[in-house]
Design a protein around this ligand. Structure first.
Ligand SMILES: [Fe+2]
Length: 392
């Protein structure tokens, strides 16, 4: 068995109706909170009114900020600067991955005075954050990034010199995560599909990661099973609570597995493409995963027989096909996996990269910056180019 470390996890409250725990949990630890939501879905809903009424009755002061789009360093600096003096005892983010990342970064920056750029990974002269933050509660309203269980927040600036970079520390894992699938019922089909593919890719990439362990594998497989059973149903019938619950579980597991095992080449592309072009992260994942899986399998086959990562891809194919994995049927399982990914891309009408302005003239600029992270096989520039070209 591979040696592994189990890092910090949030206190997790999972299941339909669990949002009702929030006022009690807030009252346990703070008298005031900064609540960050998205622009529409939760803020203004009946649930929002019920929550704020209960906070008032418990004597908890709350400040509210709504954010739109993916968080940028300027957005985080603005919010932290505005509320630092009010010293909220808690930061709570209720929304999709962008909202949770915004909340996570704000909670990390409230006790600091400098810009968040000072702590972004990969920035020239970046400093090391000491992990001191305002306590943070994450409440997802989509099933995708797994930010509710992860220790990083991704911030981006989109444009020709754009970037997507993380602020990261073990202490940035949310102190509490409330995963209530009832909050996901109103999620639009296109968002359900894109977020669901992000969760799927995170599970698959961490399962076949060079840094995977027995523990991360167990969690990844249980998440993959839920994607198999729930993703298409959640897309077609958004009100299906069982399917929403399955996808909420899959996304939560993906946050834990990506934090522990790392990710592969699709997320290598995502951090570059998401900086240069305004493409939703889940769409990048859903569009690239077919070609990336096919290319990875081809490169792994070239390494010769008995490769453990090839076996893991085949196990994933067998799991998705609801068949028992048998080594002698390895190639059938692999074929099923590739066909399943194509079928999902078609079912979800996943837009290709060209729809967001990515052209063949951009290929060299993109692959120059793309790393393959913990990809199961080292890809050369030709392999990376092949994946991108097939997805434009
Ligand atoms: Fe992702």
């Amino acid at each position: 068995m591979t040696p592994f470390n189990l890092g910090k996890l949030p206190r997790i409250y999972f299941g339909p109706g669990k949002l009702a725990e929030l006022p009690r949990l807030m009252a346990e630890s703070a008298k005031s909170a900064l609540i960050i939501t998205g622009a529409s879905s939760f803020y203004g809903s009946e649930k929002w009114k019920k929550l704020t009424d209960e906070l008032t009755s418990r004597g908890i002061t709350h400040f509210h900020v709504s954010v739109k789009g993916e968080p940028s360093p300027d957005m985080v600096d603005d919010i932290a600067g505005q509320y630092r003096g009010k010293k909220p005892g808690l930061v709570i983010a209720i929304g999709g991955g962008s909202v949770m990342d915004a909340g996570k970064a704000v909670s990390a920056m409230l006790p600091k005075n400098e810009t968040v750029k000072h702590y972004l990974e990969g920035f020239q002269g970046a400093g090391v954050h000491d992990g001191v933050k305002t306590p943070f509660i994450a409440i997802p309203t989509t099933s995708g990034t797994g930010s509710e269980a992860a220790k990083n927040a991704v911030l981006s600036r989109v444009g020709p010199d754009g970037y997507k970079r993380s602020i990261r520390h073990d202490n940035f894992v949310p102190d509490i995560s409330i995963v209530d699938p009832e909050l996901m019922l109103s999620c639009l089909p296109s968002v359900t599909a894109a977020c669901g593919m992000d969760a799927f890719v995170q599970l698959l990439e961490s399962f076949v990661s060079t840094n995977a362990s027995q523990l991360s594998d167990a969690l990844a497989l249980s998440g993959l099973e839920q994607v198999r059973d729930s993703l298409v149903t959640a897309y077609r019938d958004g009100n299906n609570l069982a399917a929403r619950t399955g996808m909420a579980y899959a996304a939560l597991m993906s946050g834990i597995t990506l934090s522990h095992a790392g990710l592969g080449v699709v997320h290598g592309f995502a951090s570059v493409l998401g900086g240069f072009f305004a493409i939703p992260h889940g769409v990048i994942c859903g569009t690239l995963i077919g070609a990336a899986t096919w290319t990875n399998i081809r490169y792994l086959k070239e390494l010769g027989e008995g490769n453990p990562f090839l076996e893991k891809y085949a196990r994933t194919g067998a799991l998705l096909a609801r068949r028992e994995y048998t080594p002698e049927n390895r190639d059938d399982h692999l074929d099923f996996l590739v066909r399943q990914l194509d079928e999902w891309t078609e079912t979800f009408r996943m837009p290709r990269l060209g729809a967001f302005g990515v052209g063949f003239q951009d290929i060299n600029r993109i692959i120059q910056h793309t790393g393959d992270k913990n990809n199961p096989v080292k890809l050369d520039k030709d392999g990376i180019k092949e994946i991108l070209t097939a997805s434009i």
